[in-house]
Design a binder for this molecule. Structure first.
Ligand code: PSU
Ligand code: MN
Length: 305
């Protein structure tokens, strides 16, 4: 029986019944992570890449008092344009649902909803993590705590260097989360294939990743595995170049006293604006690249079951 707070799109429902590969997708990236109209174009292109690679996309968002799993093109357009959409992480879920508001879901909230629906694979661009200066601000994303307890795999392009990558890797270790980089030894930093940190684990094929996931969950080890998919070399922004924009964004956030859930969207928007679209172009390229990898992992995982 489907959970009373879920509304599953008929195509996703049919795929769940037949145990076909499904890839969950978040909506905060649409409403708060990218500007219109690139956000909508990208969200639709990501769905197409998932389909082309043999899986069914399920973009997740909240409205009409339900968690919607699988959106229509019109609904995605709404989330890309409307001004009244909440950024919803775990904290805000009960409020936004019970008040019938529009909510774009973060990694944490999307994982929780995917899990309620029975979806095991989730693709995003970048996860939230331990922010730089967290020893003073205590700003640690609820994405990390959720990743420690909800058994949905996350495919991302590593951890963005607006965060403290080293501390984020430590936190992931504390939570028992396997961190696996696809096809290289170094952990990537979203815009760049490099981060200066060796990846805790490396695997080279979707089949190996699917087997690791199934082994983890058969052991009763709940929680995610973070699969880091390095941005294609042709689309990289060199880390040193990004660092300049990041330092300026962090200084601007401090000056404007940005805090709480506004921090990440503020930094993302500042960087996108000040890197003259270069970071946005890279962001789009890496999400499409992740969608391809995620679909292949979903296909391999459903072949095991
Ligand atoms: N990082 C990105 N793009 C994004 C996000 C993070 O490069 O769009 C979004 C994701 O939805 C992520 C959320 O789950 O920001 C994290 O927000 P916070 O740091 O407030 O937990
Ligand atoms: Mn935060």
């Amino acid at each position: 029986m489907t959970h009373a707070l879920l509304k599953i799109h008929p195509e996703v429902e049919a795929a769940l019944e037949k145990n076909l590969p499904i890839v969950a997708l978040e909506s905060t990236i649409i409403s708060h992570g990218m500007p219109w109209p690139k956000n909508v174009e990208t969200a639709l292109a990501v769905e197409n890449v998932v389909r082309k690679n043999g899986a069914i996309p399920a973009t997740i968002a909240i409205f009409d008092g339900k968690c919607h799993v699988g959106l229509s093109k019109e609904q995605i357009e709404y989330f890309g344009k409307a001004e009244n959409v909440w950024k919803v992480s775990l904290r805000d879920m009960p409020y936004v649902l019970s008040k019938n508001l529009y909510g774009a879901t973060t990694v944490a909230a999307t994982m929780r909803i995917a899990s309620l629906a029975g979806i095991k694979i989730f693709v995003t661009g970048g996860i939230g993590g331990v922010h730089r200066g967290a020893e003073n601000s205590m700003d640690i994303s609820a994405d990390l705590t959720e990743m420690g307890q909800t058994s949905v795999a996350v495919i991302s392009a590593g951890v963005k260097s607006i965060l403290d990558i080293g501390l984020t890797l430590e936190y992931l270790e504390t939570k028992g989360i396997p961190v696996i980089t696809l096809g290289q030894n170094e952990f990537p930093s979203f815009y760049s294939q490099k981060s200066g940190f060796t990846s805790p684990l490396r695997l080279d094929t979707p089949e190996e990743i699917a087997l690791l996931l199934s082994t983890k969950w058969r052991l009763g080890l709940e929680g995610t595995a973070l699969i880091a998919n390095p941005v294609p070399a042709s689309q990289e922004v060199p880390a040193e170049e990004m660092e300049v924009h990041i330092k300026q964004a962090l200084a601007a956030a401090e000056k404007e006293k940005i805090n709480g859930k506004e921090v990440t969207p503020f930094l993302l928007q500042y960087i996108a604006t000040h890197s003259e679209g270069e970071s946005l172009q890279t962001n789009i390229a890496l999400i499409l690249h992740n969608a391809k990898a995620g679909a292949a992992i979903a296909v391999a995982y459903s072949n095991l079951n």
